[in-house]
Design a binder for this molecule. Structure first.
Ligand code: COA
Length: 569
């Protein structure tokens, strides 16, 4: 079927649905919902049989839905209407389940007849996390069912007969999100912060200055030493996070946006102010449950697991350096297999564009950051003591994919979306030794196609083309256990032969072309991107970090805008 996707941005949900539809053999094109006339033109050029709205911030124009069936993916249970579906469900904490509904666009927003829906248990997580995982999974199932029903000539069920528990809800305003630190318990504070994460954030203040709060972590230690502190008071810091007292405990605030600033790790957003707070360090890298810990190590038998929960998968210079220290430490452990598990949300999205944007010299900070992430990749490639496996339970993009590829093996959960290319960020050349690792897996032609194509890739596609070694088809909740089971098996089976083969391959590769040369060649290109006369990377990064609304749809997505589109071959 010919399907046009209409969306506000090519976000993670849209990318996943795009890949699902491509996987079903549909003919796709995509247009950003910039203005009525642009969407109307896309429909006229592409002549889709069906339009799918995956993520919109306004109603589909009547000039479109009157003439073509438009399926809208709404992140709410049947009957829910309005722009803040998930926010309300998380903040009020009364729902045990939430859902996704695919309905047909009509005059009243979110009130059209229902094609399909899915429900899921509402776990205590941030809105962004629920959106990336449960909502995305439910949307995938519901959309494919809706399209199958449409193709079979069925009709949707009018909303009044669709028996849903939802209702119309307005926007959740900042006044309704506000935290009363003197009265509200830790549970409420966490719910409110989670309902506002990653956008719009919760308006509050720190050190007497108004700012948005993001990225809350619970603290389970109700230590005697904080009993005298006032609720709302900042009481400690750890690495980049701030600990804030509540009436019955404390919560960590991971990220903050100051007025006219960008979203940054809390201690960096308020660098001078937070320096006077007591540091609450952890002894080493062993995982400590119930507190803020971005790098955490666990061990079972001969398998070690290093998790790195970096917000939004962004890895700044210091984070890379700390992760490299943890890697060096784990290298000395008596284990045979080292799993690099990334975070729950993302495995990695490469260098930290927000920190770079906020730096005095973004070019210099870009350079430091790329060197730091390259050092990390080199430490993985050079590890000849252990079998290293990057295990992707969350998405990865740009340098994050090639950092994963620096491990011996890459395993990804089915449903994970990869963006194994750099060009979308102002034609960035990329580093992380991709020129060494990618052609070796997919060939030179394959590597060029992936890099130029600039499209997301499902883990199934990535396995099929050789970019990753294994796609594990298991529910998210069981992924870590399944990975552990397979890794324990590897540690027993042919571990010695694999390590031997790895050492032999590395020494042949090194003799053919030293790793340092790959790095130097990549960094020569990156130096041009950072310091050269073409500012594309700096401009693209500015727009990405400041979330400038899209001005046009990239041509690789808007296929209907190709020259010669629709002409006979
Ligand atoms: N640095 C800083 N922040 C990043 C980031 C990075 N490298 N990658 C993603 N983010 C942030 C986004 O700004 C967004 O922030 P928010 O919480 O304020 O909304 C959040 O992570 C989620 O990103 P989003 O783009 O909404 O997620 P997605 O799943 O829809 O898309 C990517 C994923 C990877 C395609 C997209 O985030 C991207 O292109 N990132 C940049 C990758 C890159 O070019 N890295 C530098 C070269 S190595």
């Amino acid at each position: 079927m010919r399907i046009l996707i209409l969306c506000h941005a090519f976000n993670s949900l849209t990318q996943r649905l795009y890949l699902d539809l491509v996987g079903c053999g549909h003919e796709l094109s995509l247009e950003f919902d910039i203005a009525d006339s642009v969407s109307e033109e896309a429909v006229a050029l592409f002549e889709p049989e069906l339009i799918v709205a995956t993520y919109l911030r306004r109603a589909i124009p009547e000039s479109i839905w009157r003439h073509r069936p438009c399926l809208v993916v709404h992140p709410g249970v049947v009957g829910d209407r309005g722009p803040a579906a998930l926010d309300w469900a998380i903040q009020e904490g009364e729902e045990t389940h939430w859902g996704v509904t695919v309905l047909q666009a009509e005059a009243e927003l979110d009130a059209g007849p229902v094609w399909a829906s899915r429900e899921f248990p509402l776990r205590p997580g941030a809105k962004s996390s629920l959106y990336r995982h449960e909502v995305t999974e439910a949307a995938s199932g519901a959309l494919l069912e809706a399209i199958a029903r449409y193709a079979a000539g069925e009709a949707p069920t009018p909303l009044a007969r669709a028996a849903g528990s939802g209702r119309a809800r307005p926007l959740l305003r900042q006044e309704q999100r506000a935290i009363d630190w003197q009265r509200e318990t830790t549970a409420t504070v966490l719910r409110k912060l989670r309902a506002a994460d990653g956008s719009p954030g919760l308006a509050d203040s720190l050190f007497g200055e108004p700012c948005q709060l993001y990225d809350p972590w619970p603290e389970s230690d109700l230590a005697e030493r904080w009993r005298g502190a006032q609720a709302g008071q900042l009481i400690a810091r750890r690495e980049t996070a701030l600990l804030r007292k509540t009436v019955d405990g404390a919560v960590w605030i991971g990220h903050v946006k100051r007025r006219a600033g960008v979203k940054l790790p809390a201690c960096l957003a308020f660098a001078a102010e937070s320096a006077v707070l007591p540091e609450l360090p952890l002894a080493d890298w062993w995982a400590v449950p119930g507190t803020w810990q971005d790098i955490a190590y666990t061990e079972q038998g001969e398998v070690g697991t290093l998790r790195f929960e970096f917000y939004n998968g962004a890895m700044g210079t210091e984070q890379c350096a700390r992760l490299r220290a943890a890697l060096a430490w784990a290298r000395q452990r008596p284990i045979r297999v080292l799993l690099l598990a990334g975070g729950d949300e993302f495995w990695s999205n490469g260098i930290h564009l927000n920190l770079i944007e906020a730096a005095d010299s973004p070019a210099d900070e870009s350079w430091r950051n790329i060197e730091a992430i390259d050092d990390l990749a080199a430490a993985l490639i050079d590890n000849d003591r252990q079998l290293t496996i990057a295990t992707l339970g969350g998405n990865a993009g740009a340098g994050g994919v090639f950092l994963a590829r620096a491990a011996d093996l890459v395993w990804a959960r089915a449903g994970v979306v990869l963006n194994p290319h750099y060009k979308n960020m102002g034609n960035l050349y990329g580093s992380e030794y991709w020129t060494y690792s990618l052609p070796a897996r997919v060939g030179l032609v394959g590597a060029a196609a992936i890099m130029q194509g600039r499209l997301p890739m499902s883990s199934q596609q990535a396995q099929a083309c050789g970019l990753i070694d294994c796609c594990i088809d298991t529910p998210r909740a069981e992924f870590a256990e399944e990975v552990q089971r397979r890794a324990l098996q590897l540690a027993q089976d042919d571990w010695a032969a694999r390590i031997e083969a790895k050492r032999a391959r590395r020494s042949i590769d090194e003799a053919t072309k030293p790793l340092a040369q790959y790095r130097a060649e990549e960094l020569t290109q990156m130096r041009r991107n950072f310091y050269g006369f073409d500012p594309s990377y700096h401009v693209a990064r500015y727009h990405f970090v400041h979330k400038t609304p899209q001005a046009w749809t990239p041509r690789h997505l808007a296929r209907h805008r190709d020259l010669g589109w629709g002409m006979p071959p």
